[in-house]
Unconditional design. Structure first.
Length: 105
């Protein structure tokens, strides 16, 4: 089996290299700019409380969800004003890192 087309080529300190990418590298996603209208869990945890409802207006910095992680309660908020479009979780849900929690319109 010829893996030549799977090699990654790069140049570093005047030397050309070829290497096969690791499994972790192949699973890596391209970087995306943050979307201020989406609130994601920054760490895995447990949803303790949701302090907003669909169609409710929220202000920048207003706590919208409480997430327990590493034995600490984390107050999550948006960095912009907006109106709640969708709440993707409910009280008691376990969430993973980067999981979408709430979206603004």
């Amino acid at each position: 089996m010829d893996n030549k087309d799977k090699y990654i080529k790069f140049h570093l300190h005047d030397v050309d290299y070829e290497t096969l990418p690791t499994k972790k590298y192949l699973q890596h996603k391209e970087w995306e700019a943050p979307n201020d209208k989406k609130l994601n869990a920054q760490i895995p945890g447990l949803v303790i409380d949701i302090l907003v409802k669909k169609n409710q207006k929220v202000k920048e910095g207003e706590t919208v969800i409480l997430l327990e992680a590493m034995k600490m309660n984390n107050m999550l908020s948006f960095v912009i004003d907006g109106t709640i479009k969708v709440i993707h979780v409910k009280k008691g849900d376990k969430v993973s890192k980067n999981q979408l929690l709430i979206e603004l319109k």
